[in-house]
Design a binder for this molecule. Structure first.
Ligand code: SAM
Ligand code: SF4
Length: 334
């Protein structure tokens, strides 16, 4: 019963991403509509239920836990959850506890997160221009995020910046972003915009800046060397000879990365998505609530992993958006 989780394509499942809330204090244009309807609070798993589920996954061999959202740091009481998860770090069962955040609340939380055993944080940031930042996040303030990043650094957290490549939006900032990350010693990863959710007429093809084009532009100024490094995830890395820095590319559309997928995603309502780009999911909330014993939920997790699909079907190549899924990224947790 304690055999580790392995899917039908012999991929060990060692990485769980957990969306702890669908709410956010920003409204990034590629992620949310301006007028979002959020889940009623009663639908959400409690922090205790999240603990039970995550702990079940850890027992079944998950070694890396990434907390995301929505904005994870706006979930009330979330620090208690991080503190509770730190027991799995202390026992050695969990190798990494980390989060993806928009950075807005980091100034408040960085020290306590570090004390709970968080060592690294991914901060999403698409521009260093105050006005553009306000436009792309709709509700965000750049200074607050930069302050949060500074607090995270001061707390000893390693920082990775995630930047969505957006045509006509941050193309002109490519070199500034790279230079800023080099100067600050932050890792940097670019992400292709994905067709998630219906955002009311957003122009996906218009936003899409293929990373092969971004990479070609980068190569006009820097010498790029591919590194064999893999994080067990979709990112592919290059090293810039001139600065020594590492740049990641997440290219769900120009490159399929599914063959090495080691992850599953849990939503804040207890739905387990075995693939970011497919509609199939397993409800873990019902078995969780049905019994205080974890046997039911462990069985449900195993049954879900046994149907993990080979990969997603996102495709822009025919100049239309194929393989689109109806969920927002904030629902599944990016
Ligand atoms: N609020 C946190 C944040 O922004 O980092 C965590 C959740 S957010 C959904 C996680 C990541 O998904 C962010 O880096 C965001 O840029 C990315 N994201 C959201 N919508 C996306 C889309 N349509 N395509 C590609 N990346 C997207
Ligand atoms: Fe919020 Fe993150 Fe989505 Fe932006 S990308 S709206 S910060 S959840």
């Amino acid at each position: 019963m304690n055999a580790p989780l392995v899917d039908p394509f012999a991929r060990p499942i060692s990485y769980l991403r957990v969306s702890v809330t669908d709410r956010c204090d920003f409204r990034c244009v590629y992620c949310m509509a301006e007028n979002m309807t959020f889940l009623p609070k009663a639908e959400l798993l409690t922090l205790e239920e999240l603990d039970r589920l995550c702990s079940a996954f850890v027992r079944l061999g998950v070694q890396k836990l990434r907390i995301t959202g929505g904005e994870p740091l706006v979930r009330r009481g979330i620090l208690t959850f991080f503190e509770a998860m730190s027991r799995h770090l202390e026992s050695g069962a969990l190798q990494e506890l980390t989060l993806t955040t928009n950075g807005s609340q980091l100034a408040r939380f960085a020290t306590d997160l570090a004390a709970a055993g968080v060592r690294r944080v991914n901060v999403s940031l698409d521009t260093l221009d105050e006005k553009k930042f306000a436009a792309v996040t709709r509700w965000g303030r750049l200074a607050q995020v930069l302050g949060g990043i500074e607090a995270a650094r001061a707390a000893g957290l390693r920082i990775k910046i995630n930047t969505v490549a957006l045509k006509g939006f941050n193309e002109d900032e490519l070199f500034d972003l790279v230079a800023w990350c080099a100067a600050e010693d932050f890792d940097l990863t670019f992400i292709e915009v994905m067709p998630m959710g219906d955002l009311g007429g957003e122009d996906r093809l218009g936003q899409y800046w293929p990373l092969k084009d971004l990479r070609a532009r980068l190569a006009t100024r820097y010498t790029l060397t591919d590194t064999p490094e893999r994080s067990g995830g979709p990112a592919r890395y290059v090293r810039l000879a001139e600065t020594g820095q590492k740049i990641g590319f997440i290219t769900p559309l120009t490159h399929n990365f599914c063959e090495s997928c080691n992850r599953v995603r849990l939503t804040c309502t207890g739905e387990l998505y075995m693939c970011l780009g497919q509609e199939d999911m397993a409800d873990l909330r019902a078995p969780l609530r049905e019994s205080a014993d974890d046997a039911l939920v462990e069985r449900a997790i195993r049954a879900a992993i046994a149907r993990k699909p080979k990969g997603h079907d996102f495709d822009y190549s025919r100049q239309r958006v194929d393989g689109q899924v109806s969920r927002h990224m904030s629902h599944t947790g990016g």
